[in-house]
Design a binder for this molecule. Structure first.
Ligand SMILES: [Zn+2]
Length: 241
């Protein structure tokens, strides 16, 4: 009987301790709500990278050496689809990958050359939430600032891997209610006004090609891209002849 009472007492003690621990854990987690504001992004990992860019193959080396270089060095696989990659296009893509920081670059796994998108104006596209692969169309590849369009599409791959950063962007630059979602300040282009996703992608396009314009006219967007998307890397303006 006494033995049973002791056993009962210790069972009650274990029960009380368990309840206490559960209550304590619950109240602790309630005190630290996850992701109430963009402050959580402060822990976005910094990656220390090589300071010297790699010597990439030239246009004159032809198509295959550039494709091999892209797959082996950047782990981005170039595929011909309904159109074929040309040497100068691959060279421009390699130049862009070479300057982009690793945390951004690794979100894109492949680039495919297609004839066209859903309309002749489409320069490129990504099938969101399907695969982190960029499709570049004939019209996209024909632009002198092709690398800007590639950077735009790569941003959509980045958004798939980092929905937290996309929602921080939306919180900072967009107002949204149940009915309306609109930019708080003018995005960098008309297309950027379509959605927070396109606003971010257009800002990254400018960051990679015309950084001085983004910095002087859209300083908040510039700082966000620099800090949370480009791992603090900054680029000079692209020369267009
Ligand atoms: Zn887009």
């Amino acid at each position: 009987m006494i033995k049973n009472q002791i056993r009962m007492k210790s069972l009650i003690n274990i029960f009380i301790t368990t309840v206490f621990v559960v209550v304590l854990t619950t109240s602790l987690s309630a005190e630290y709500p996850y992701n109430e504001n963009p402050v959580v992004l402060a822990s976005f990992p910094k990656v220390v990278e090589k300071s010297d860019p790699l010597p990439i193959p030239s246009v004159w080396d032809g198509i295959q050496p550039q494709k091999n270089f892209m797959s082996s060095v950047f782990a981005i696989s170039p595929e011909d689809d309904s159109a074929e990659w040309k040497a100068n296009e691959l060279n421009m893509a390699n130049e862009l990958f070479n300057k982009l920081p690793l945390p951004f670059r690794i979100c894109t796994k492949g680039i495919r050359r297609v004839k066209e998108g859903s309309s002749p104006q489409v320069a490129g596209y990504v099938e969101m939430n399907v695969a982190p692969i960029v499709y570049i169309t004939n019209s996209g590849a024909s632009y002198k600032v092709f690398s800007g369009y590639l950077a735009h599409e790569m941003t959509h791959c980045f958004q798939m891997s980092h929905p937290d950063i996309l929602s921080a962007w939306e919180k900072q630059f967009w107002t949204s209610s149940f009915f309306i979602s609109e930019p708080k300040t003018a995005p960098v282009s008309d297309y950027g006004a379509e959605s927070p996703k396109e606003d971010m992608a257009e800002s990254v396009r400018l960051y990679c090609t015309h950084s001085s314009l983004l910095k002087s006219s859209f300083p908040d967007r510039y700082e966000f891209v620099k800090k949370y998307i480009m791992n603090e890397s900054e680029f000079p303006d692209e020369k267009i002849d």
